[in-house]
Design a protein around this ligand. Structure first.
Ligand SMILES: *Cc1c(COP(=O)(O)O)cnc(C)c1O
Length: 400
């Protein structure tokens, strides 16, 4: 099909849940994708932080090919070696002890919510169920995950929402302390709020939250669906803060482009789940786990994260220079290769459009925050090419 035909048929047959750009992507390699008209783009969206190893990383492709010909699916009624291998890789590289596999970020969050509630009921009695989350957070679109999401616009039209969630401003420890009540069982936060605007938790805040949770007997759930697995230049974002969560959610980058999610927990917390308490038909299936084992193995390999931090440093230096040149760039923030540039004057979408015309895909949050989530394998040369395009787009926008 031509690009126009694909777009026309999407309009005819798909539910209108997405506002899409008029591009149909057909092929990807490394940091580049091609549309159906044959145009090439430098991809600094990376499938929204999914393609951390770039498109079609050969080792991930080979792992999928090999597993697809061996056993694609068999159900969790049976033991599955690729699932065990992936769980061991995650546990041995984290402070968590056990893993539940699912298929997406929202499902990982659902598992975390159910586990926290079950744990609290067993430990503290029937009245402890409330989970405090942050405003501007994002935890997914299933009914419980969207309720956990501290953005009212995502709730509208879907009421009644599940009970037991409460919201506080991010990076405000006193507000959190004041919100803890007799029903509270857990606090759930993103170390870096991705979808909510690339807001980085202050070190004192996250450490204070950990201390508060310990004092009050609350579980700390960290949602690292976006920020985890190398995105910030560490295996997990919380490593920057010197703290560990009780429950950790992962997804996006986990499968190297293949859908898979996970909720990890400390032994004592994980023990709240007994056989039959939670399940997923596809969760941890052999194909997804084989892809993820290859992907995570690459991210955790010697030297990989050092390179991420090097390229991220170079990117930040180039963006700082851009900020000096264009007053419209108000702030550049982020951690590792999860970077936001806040613009003024509501020109974010226009700048994105100009970048796209020049062959660079970026993401825009709201009207003003450009989000850059390139593959972790991006080179300094590719970063330079992206910043040059962004610079030209900003210059052009300034002339209008
Ligand atoms: C993307 C995201 C989710 C939801 O993941 P899905 O796979 O879209 O369900 C949850 N939490 C965070 C922090 C995310 O960035």
């Amino acid at each position: 099909m031509t690009q126009e035909e694909i777009i026309a048929q999407a309009d005819r047959y798909l539910m209108r849940t997405y506002g899409r750009f008029p591009l149909a992507l057909v092929r990807g390699e490394g940091a580049y994708v091609w549309d159906a008209a044959g145009n090439r783009y430098l991809d600094f969206v990376s499938g929204l932080a999914v393609n951390s190893l770039g498109h079609c990383h050969p080792q991930v492709v080979e792992a999928i090919r090999a597993q697809a010909g061996l056993l694609m699916h068999c159900s969790n009624l049976y033991h599955i070696e690729p699932q065990v291998r992936l769980a061991r890789l995650l546990v041995e590289n984290s402070a968590l002890d056990r893993v539940f596999f699912c298929n997406s970020g929202a499902e990982a969050v659902e598992a975390a919510i159910k586990l926290a509630r079950k744990h609290a009921k067993q430990r503290h009695g029937p009245d402890r169920f409330e989970i405090i989350t942050a405003l501007k957070s994002f935890h997914g679109r299933t009914l419980a995950a969207v309720t956990a999401t501290g953005q009212p616009r995502y709730h509208q039209g879907f009421e009644p929402l599940p009970a037991g969630f409460r919201y506080v401003p991010f990076n405000d420890l006193e507000a959190l302390r004041a919100a803890v009540g007799e029903h509270t069982c857990a606090v759930m936060l993103e170390p870096v709020q991705g979808e909510g605007g690339v807001n980085v938790a202050h070190p004192d805040y996250l450490r204070g939250v950990r201390r508060l949770c310990d004092e009050q007997g609350l579980l700390l759930i960290l949602d690292e669906v976006q920020a985890g697995l190398g995105r910030t230049g560490r295996r997990f974002a919380h490593e920057h803060y010197g703290i560990t969560p009780d429950i950790l959610t992962l997804a996006k980058a986990l499968g190297g482009g293949f859908p898979i999610g996970a909720a990890l927990a400390r032994e004592e917390v994980a023990a709240a789940f007994s056989p039959g308490d939670h399940a997923s038909t596809f969760g941890g299936n052999p194909l997804a786990c084989a892809a993820a084992e290859a992907a995570v193995g690459l991210i955790f390999a010697d030297g990989f994260l050092e390179q991420v931090l090097r390229v991220a440093g170079h990117f930040r230096t180039r963006l700082a220079a851009l900020q000096d040149r264009f007053p419209v760039v108000r702030e550049v923030r982020g951690l590792g290769l999860l970077i936001g540039a806040e613009l003024s004057a509501g020109i974010g979408k226009a700048v994105l459009g100009r970048c796209q015309e020049r062959g660079l895909l970026i993401n825009c949050i709201g009207e003003d925050i450009l989000r850059f989530i390139p593959p972790l394998t991006v080179t300094e040369t590719e970063v330079d090419a992206a910043v040059d395009i962004l610079s030209a787009a900003l210059a052009e926008e300034g002339e209008e």
